[in-house]
Each structure stands twice: as structure tokens, then as C-alpha cells.
Design a protein around this ligand. Structure first.
Ligand SMILES: Nc1ncnc2c1ncn2[C@@H]1O[C@H](COP(=O)(O)OP(=O)(O)OP(=O)(O)O)[C@@H](O)[C@H]1O
Ligand SMILES: [Mg+2]
Length: 447
């Protein structure tokens, strides 16, 4: 069903219930017994007033009221003589009790009438009495409407219940499909671009899911094209770079009789070519993780053993640079994780190398691992310069470099690779850094 149809159902049921409520009020108002009593009492008071003021000839019962509910009035004095009547067959000055008897007898047209509402009002009168005589037919209608009122009331509540059920099921179905769509779209990551979004429910939501799917597959195609372009370009760059390096090596070997100054220039050329080649390799690695994610295999790794090895290797790397790495692991001995150990090593390497690279001479890097209730946490902290608040939101973007680092060598790909690897594993990474107070990267692994 479309949301439009569901909306129409809701709208028409609202209109229906409004009509029903209005109808109920009209019926209850127009024909209520209570109203009849109130109006009768009012009339009686008026009669009493007119009588005490001696203007009984002006006294008149409201005709519309009488017509509506078929009320006639007859006034008798304390001798039982009729002194006022709206029924032609009950003639003035006749004895009321005799005439009413024949008036209401089976053979008389007055049979259609019945005496109502007498006792209640008689109590108030010392002298004259006022009788209200109601037409039976109309009285029947009144009592029918009186009982119909309860049917209408129960129908109203049943309908109300039905409408509440319809409303809640419509709203529930819309909300559920939106929530499902939200969850499915959240799961789209660079590595899950081939996963189709499936949603049940309203046609509009399904069509939205279809549009998302079109968008997802066009992003995927664009990604593949971009990767192929970069791979091709890097490959084409590599050949001339290798040749430049080769010629430089030949010149450096001194066969061509070059002087020391020239030798220095050739060395600079060779190192810059190495740098360019390194950058090309980084770029290729980054692209291959981004596009070939599905081709990476996962295996079971003993986390404690693996981390201990990683920390000891990093310690020797740090020693070469004259810096210190300390490790603090609190992981259960048998804890096993499913991961691509080569990629995870690369990710941790990138973070550790950044830490070593950006901290000063007395840089200290600490690697901590512990098990929390829901996650295993691996934190890599340094006492370096920290990262400014403006840079932090972009730090995992490819080719983004923090403002102080732009003058140094690098492409701004290290953390983008880290993020891709972490995402590929379904883990999460966060950063806590303050300028002048060091940086901590925290990897959370659900277990
Ligand atoms: N531990 C750190 N301390 C201070 N700044 C850091 C730290 N780690 C990363 N940064 C900042 O984050 C930026 C992005 O890091 P990233 O590793 O992605 O790129 P890079 O190190 O500049 O270049 P590449 O890694 O490609 O050689 C860096 O330029 C640097 O400004
Ligand atoms: Mg880096």
C-alpha cells in the first residue's frame, strides 16, 4: 500500500468519526428526555408566573417545542375543571378527569396520546395543575432515539477503537520501514557497496530503497573507475621513474667523470625518485584496500601473542629513531580474533609511525590493550604536539595533512588506510588529542 493511500484511509476515518460525533451530539441534544423535562419545568414556571400576575390569557406553550416532541398542555383548577387546553377535544370548563378518560379511551382519537410528566410538577402547585400530554407516536420515536443513543454510542466506541488500530498499524508500518531503511543505509560502507538494500512496506519507501540502490551501484562503479585510473597512472609513472633512477645510478658510478658536486645532485635525484616510488606504493596499497576489500582473507589470530610480537617489533623501530615505546597488555591468554593480520599490522604501524614521526626528541609512545565489557580496546598514545581541533574532523580523509605537517614528507594517506582497514573489519576508531598534550588513537573491537 502506498503512504498516500494510507494517509487517505487515516483522513477519511477522521472525517467519519467527526461526522459520527456531530451526529451523536445532535441526536442527544435534540431528543434528550432531560431536555424535555427541563423545558416542561420552564413552561410550568411561566404558567405559574402568568397566573399569579393575572395574565393567563397571554400564557402560551412554545409551539416549536410542542411540535418537536408532540407535547400538549392542559391546565385544570383545584375543582378539576379544565381552564386551559391545547387539545381541541379537551374543552374548557369540562371536568378534566371525565373528559380525559374518554379522550384516552380505545375508541377515541385521543388514544394516540398519553399523559406524561404530571406527578413531578403537581407537587409544586396548590391551586391549578398543569398536565403535559404527549402524542404516543412521537413518544415512541423519542424512546427509540433514547435507546438508539446507546447503540450509536457503542458503535462510536467500536469505530474509535477500530480507527485507533488502523492508525497505529499504518504508523507502525511506515515507521518500521523507515527504521529498516535507515539501518540498511547506515550499513553501506565503501566495502559494502555491493550489498543490496531491501525494505518491505510502503511503495514509496521501497522506491526510495530502489533509488538508494541505484546510487550505491553508481558510487561503486565510480569507485572502480577511479581505482583503475589511479592504478594505471601509478603503473605508467613507475616505468619512467625506474629509468630515471637507473640512469642516475649509472651516472653516480662515476664512469662518466663527474665531480663531487654533481654526484651530490645525482644522490638527491635518486632519493627523490625513491620518495616518489614510496608514494606510488602507498597510493596503490590504499586503492587496493578500497577496491579489493572482498579479496582479503580473514584468519583466527591469538591476540595476546600477536600484539606482544607487534609491540616488540615496534620497540626496535623506535630504538633506531632514538624514541621509546612501552606496552601494557591486559588480554586473556586464549583470546582469538578473526582478522587479516597483515592489514591490521599495517594499520597499527601507520598509527605508531605517525606517533614516532610527529613526537619530538624525547617522544614516548604507549600501546595499551585491554578487554572492556563489550569491546577489546587497543590504544596508542603519544606525548607529541597533538592535533588542532580544526584538523581532527578531517584527519582520516585521504590526502589530508595536518597544518604543521604540510612542510614534511608524506601524502596524508596513512590514517585513511587505517580507517579503511578498521572499517573492513567492522571495528571502530576514535581520536583524542589536544595541542601540546599528545594524541591517543583508540581502536574498539566488538567481541
Ligand atoms: N600522532 C600524531 N601527532 C600529531 N599529529 C598527527 C599524529 N598522527 C597524525 N597526525 C596528523 O594527521 C595528519 C594525517 O596523518 P596521515 O598519517 O594520514 O598522513 P601523513 O602522516 O601526513 O602522511 P603519510 O602517512 O601519507 O605519509 C598528519 O599530517 C598529521 O598532521
Ligand atoms: Mg602518516
Amino acid at each position: 500500500m502506498t503512504i498516500k493511500t494510507q494517509y487517505r484511509i487515516m483522513l477519511s476515518s477522521t472525517v467519519l468519526i467527526t461526522i459520527l460525533i456531530t451526529l451523536m451530539f445532535i441526536l442527544m441534544k435534540g431528543y434528550s428526555e432531560k431536555q424535555f423535562e427541563n423545558r416542561s419545568e420552564e413552561t410550568l414556571r411561566e404558567y405559574q408566573k402568568a397566573m399569579s400576575e393575572g395574565r393567563l390569557d397571554q400564557f402560551k406553550v412554545d409551539e416549536t417545542f410542542m411540535e418537536d416532541i408532540g407535547v400538549n398542555s392542559v391546565v385544570i383548577n383545584d375543582e378539576g375543571k379544565i381552564i386551559f387546553s391545547t387539545i381541541p377535544s379537551l374543552v374548557q370548563d369540562d371536568d378534566f378527569f371525565t373528559s380525559i378518560k374518554s379522550f384516552l379511551s380505545k375508541d377515541s382519537p385521543g388514544f394516540r396520546y398519553s399523559i406524561g410528566m404530571i406527578s413531578r410538577y403537581m407537587r409544586d402547585f396548590d391551586d391549578d395543575f398543569l398536565f403535559f400530554i404527549r402524542e404516543r407516536e412521537k413518544q415512541d420515536i423519542l424512546s427509540f432515539l433514547g435507546s438508539a443513543k446507546y447503540y450509536i454510542l457503542s458503535a462510536f466506541f467500536v469505530l474509535l477503537l477500530l480507527i485507533v488500530i488502523i492508525y497505529s498499524s499504518i504508523i507502525r508500518s511506515i515507521v518500521m520501514s523507515i527504521v529498516k531503511l535507515d539501518n540498511e543505509t547506515r550499513n553501506i560502507s565503501p566495502f559494502r557497496l555491493d550489498k543490496k538494500i531491501t525494505v518491505t512496506g510502503s511503495e514509496e519507501i521501497q522506491s526510495l530503497a530502489h533509488s538508494f540502490n541505484l546510487m550505491r551501484s553508481s558510487i561503486r562503479t565510480a569507485n572502480i573507475r577511479r581505482s583503475q585510473f589511479i592504478m594505471g597512472l601509478s603503473h605508467d609513472f613507475k616505468t619512467p621513474l625506474a629509468l630515471i633512477k637507473g640512469y642516475a645510478e649509472v651516472m653516480k658510478s662515476g664512469q662518466q667523470g663527474i665531480n663531487t658536486g654533481e654526484k651530490n645532485y645525482i644522490e638527491i635525484i635518486t632519493s627523490k625518485v625513491d620518495q616518489l616510488e614510496g608514494m606510488m606504493d602507498d597510493l596503490l596499497d590504499f586503492i587496493s584496500i578500497d577496491t579489493d576489500a572482498r579479496n582479503f582473507s580473514f584468519s583466527k589470530v591469538n591476540l595476546l601473542k600477536w600484539l606482544s610480537y607487534f609491540i616488540s617489533r615496534s620497540k626496535s623501530d623506535a630504538q633506531l629513531l632514538g624514541k621509546t615505546i612501552t606496552g601494557d597488555i591486559h588480554i586473556e591468554e586464549k583470546k582469538v580474533l578473526s582478522m587479516n593480520d597483515k592489514l591490521v599490522e599495517r594499520a597499527l604501524d601507520n598509527i605508531v609511525h605517525n606517533a614516532l614521526r610527529y613526537t619530538g626528541k624525547n617522544g614516548v609512545v604507549t600501546i595499551i590493550a585491554y578487554e572492556a565489557s563489550k569491546d577489546i580496546c587497543i590504544a596508542i598514545a603519544d606525548n607529541g604536539p597533538g592535533i588542532s581541533e580544526e584538523d581532527i574532523p578531517f584527519i582520516f580523509d585521504s590526502f589530508y595533512r595536518g597544518s604543521p605537517s604540510r612542510r614534511t614528507q608524506g601524502m596524508g594517506l596513512g590514517l585513511a588506510v587505517v580507517k579503511s582497514i578498521i572499517d573492513l573489519h567492522g571495528w571502530s576508531i576514535s581520536i583524542d588529542s589536544k595541542v601540546g598534550h599528545g594524541t591517543t588513537f583508540q581502536i574498539m573491537i566488538p567481541h
